[in-house]
Every structure is written in structure tokens, then in C-alpha cells.
Write a protein that binds this ligand. Structure first.
Ligand code: ZN
Length: 300
């Protein structure tokens, strides 16, 4: 069971200092989800040996160029590689028109555009492993983040108990669903003795781009990993407010108030060569903070 994040790009607006534009790959049980697709995303996937044809779904936060300009190129490459299976792209309204113009309406395989409602949390997609929700964000254009929630697994059967009580195969599903077991001698074995509670479902939240927006706190409460944009340091708060971005301190404040387990900072302004001061600023508010490192895969 995998639930792993690889950051492909961590910069805001333009590439700088070896950092690239927003894009991430989330691998959930071998289904690949692409989150945002800045210019050069396909190159980054080649750099990090991501099998791009395995991408099933693309989740786009908003239509600013630094989050979408890699998409037409990626779709073209997938077509040239002979892709036939569909690609599903979730985004605020308007993306289909932009991609249509760039590709002149020529798609080599089915591409489905699904429009998100950026004003409220909503379920976008689910399969047997995961549910994906949109989260409203506060930016200069309609924008949403995404919340990926692993599905709760049923309890695991204890193999030693199957042998000990000679539990027939046809009873195992019932026991996994919570039933006790009645032995041939009439002894009731409680379910708690027969099963192991699985680990709680993992959660990953992606929040970029956004001004400080306390309304998201209940939506990302307790997530295992929160990616929150930290375009500026707090001495540039005026600039952050004006451009509707966040500072590192504000990102940490959201993490602290939402009691998340870990915070991942990203979407760094091209003015910062050294990112350590952003990390230090965030850590003063929320200790368990990391900087996005492109190419590094985090197990969530
Ligand atoms: Zn933006």
C-alpha cells in the first residue's frame, strides 16, 4: 500500500536557482495523480523517472500560468507515446478552452475536463483506495486545493487465531466486518481477539495558491501532511496580502491551528536563493516543517 508524494516543482511564478514550477505526483497504491502542472513538468518527470503514462488524473488548483503551462505539452507527449486510455483533468472553469486552443482541438486519446466548484469543499473522485476532495482557497482567481483521504481499511484477520480456532474460510469476511466467532464447542470468541485494527487512513492536503485563509483549518484538521504555499517571508506580508499569497509564518500558523502532523512548504518566490530563513521562520510556529525538495519522495 503506497501513499507517497514526489515534488517535481516548488517555485512560484518563474523558475530560479534550480527550482521549477508547481507540480507534484501523488502515488496512491500505484495510481498516479498529478497535482498542478507548471511549465516543464514532463521534463521533471523524466528527470525523476516517473512513468507519465501511469498518470490517471490531473488536479489543477487554478489557471495561473505557473500551474498549467506544462499541461498541453504533457498531453501531446502522452499522445505521441501511444496513450489510448483516458485522462481526467479537474480544475476551475476555463482550462478546457485554454488547452483546446493550444492543441487546436486535436487530442490523440480521450481527455475529460471536469470543472471544480472553488467555493466549497466537494468530493471530486473516489476509487477503492482514496477519496479526493476540493478545498476552497483564497487567491486572485478562482482557486481550490485538494484533500486526498485514504479509505478506511477493514480490520486484518489474525492468522494465528484462524489456526487456533480452526476458523473456516467462509467466516473470515464476517469476522473482518465485526462479527464474533462461535466455536464448535459453543464458545464465543470476541472479535477483538481475532482481528488487528488497521492503521488510521492517511490524509494529504495541498493548499496552493492562497492568502492566509483560516476557513481551511477545519478541512485540513489533523492531516498527516499539509503542503501549504509560503511564497514570501513575513517581512513581505504587505506583498503577500496584495498578491493573495501566504508567508512562511502564516503557513505554519495554519499547520499549528489545524494540528497537522507535518507541514511541507513550497511555492517559493524566485527572490530567495537560500530557503533556510523561510524554514526557520515557519519552525518558530510549527516545529515539524520541511522545505519542498524537488525529486524527493515522501512517504505520507
Ligand atoms: Zn497563482
Amino acid at each position: 500500500m503506497s501513499f507517497e508524494l514526489t515534488v517535481l516543482g516548488s517555485n512560484a511564478a518563474l523558475p530560479s536557482f534550480g527550482r521549477h514550477l508547481s507540480a507534484q505526483i501523488l502515488n496512491v497504491d500505484s495510481s498516479l495523480f498529478l497535482i498542478d502542472c507548471g511549465e516543464g513538468t514532463q521534463i521533471r518527470m523524466m528527470d525523476f523517472k516517473i512513468k507519465m503514462n501511469k498518470i490517471e488524473r490531473v488536479f489543477i488548483s487554478h489557471l495561473h500560468g505557473d500551474h498549467i503551462l506544462g499541461l498541453a505539452g504533457l498531453i501531446m507527449t502522452l499522445g505521441l507515446q501511444g496513450r489510448s486510455k483516458p485522462l481526467y483533468i479537474y480544475s476551475p472553469s476555463g482550462l478546457e478552452r485554454i488547452i483546446d486552443v493550444q492543441l487546436d482541438g486535436n487530442y490523440a486519446f480521450p481527455v475529460h475536463f471536469i470543472v471544480t466548484d472553488t467555493r466549497k469543499k466537494g468530493l471530486l473522485f473516489e476509487n477503492k483506495s482514496v477519496e479526493v476532495f476540493s478545498i476552497p482557497l483564497l487567491h486572485r482567481v478562482p482557486c481550490n486545493g485538494f484533500l486526498f483521504v485514504q479509505k478506511t481499511k477493514s480490520p486484518n484477520m489474525r492468522k494465528d487465531k484462524i489456526t487456533e480456532y480452526k476458523i473456516p474460510y467462509n467466516k473470515i469476511i464476517e469476522i473482518k466486518n465485526g462479527a464474533d466467532f462461535l466455536t464448535q464447542k459453543g464458545q464465543v470468541i470476541p472479535n477483538s481477539e481475532l482481528t488487528v485494527i488497521p492503521a488510521p487512513p492517511l490524509k494529504y492536503a495541498y493548499c496552493s495558491d492562497t492568502a492566509y485563509f483560516k476557513e481551511i483549518i477545519p478541512m485540513v484538521k489533523g492531516v498527516d501532511l499539509l503542503y501549504h504555499e509560503a511564497t514570501f517571508m513575513h517581512d513581505l506580508l504587505d506583498k503577500a496580502v496584495k498578491t493573495m499569497h501566504s508567508t512562511a509564518r502564516q503557513a505554519a500558523e495554519i499547520a499549528r491551528r489545524a494540528e497537522v502532523k507535518k507541514l511541507l512548504l513550497g511555492h517559493f518566490s524566485a527572490r530567495y536563493k537560500n530557503l533556510s530563513p523561510l524554514l526557520d521562520e515557519a519552525k518558530l510556529v510549527f516545529e515539524n516543517t520541511l522545505l519542498s525538495v524537488e525529486g524527493l519522495t515522501l512517504s505520507i
